[in-house]
Ligand binder design. Structure first.
Ligand SMILES: CC(C)(COP(=O)(O)OP(=O)(O)OC[C@H]1O[C@@H](n2cnc3c(N)ncnc32)[C@H](O)[C@@H]1OP(=O)(O)O)[C@@H](O)C(=O)NCCC(=O)NCCS
Length: 151
């Protein structure tokens, strides 16, 4: 596990986008484009995790009235399984609480057991399925909808 002190969490900036996109390309079946991240910077709350001044992860959250939606979260493959994803997620929940969101929503591929476990450990509950929601190698894949009440 990383020590939380070795990870700096800070707002994402335009100059971070090449590093963020490089991570996205490695971890997503249908990666966001740089334009999508750039638009996200204007509209959403975007966060990066740095280790030794290198970007090792990020999260993008949409806030609408009293609801937050976790649109994207990822950790660079060689840095996974050390607690960085959970640090990012915990910061998202802290920010949701600070912004007076009542609920955080997200959708995740049904096959993505790593992410589902992380969300469950953080207290998220499954709310339902969006059938055939994501493109997948052999057709389509269901999305699991999850939510966490923030107090
Ligand atoms: C999901 C993701 C962000 C987790 O990041 P991470 O830094 O590896 O996660 P952490 O090390 O903080 O682990 C958090 C929890 O995830 C789960 N997890 C992590 N790696 C796992 C693995 N190999 N197998 C099963 N569960 C795993 C565990 O529940 C873990 O909690 P625990 O250590 O208390 O058991 C990362 O795997 C990733 O970037 N995946 C690709 C992108 C993605 O799927 N994003 C989510 C889209 S909804």
């Amino acid at each position: 596990m990383v020590s939380p002190q070795s990870i700096v969490l800070r707002p994402m900036t335009q100059s971070d986008l090449p590093a963020v996109c490089a991570i996205e390309q490695q971890v997503q079946y249908a990666p966001w484009t740089e334009k999508l991240f750039s638009d996200g910077l204007e509209r959403h709350w975007c966060l990066v995790a740095e280790k030794s001044e290198q970007i090792v992860g990020f999260a993008v959250v949409q806030f609408v009235v009293d609801e937050a939606s976790l649109l994207n979260i990822a950790v660079e493959p060689t840095q996974q399984k050390q607690g960085i994803g959970r640090l990012l997620l915990d910061e998202v929940l802290t920010q949701a609480s600070a912004k007076k969101a009542t609920t955080v929503f997200l959708e995740v591929r049904a096959s993505n057991q790593r992410a589902i476990q992380m969300y469950q450990h953080a207290g998220f509950n499954e709310m339902g399925l969006r059938k055939n929601y994501y493109p997948a190698g052999n057709g389509k894949e269901h999305a699991v909808m999850m939510a966490l009440m923030v107090f």
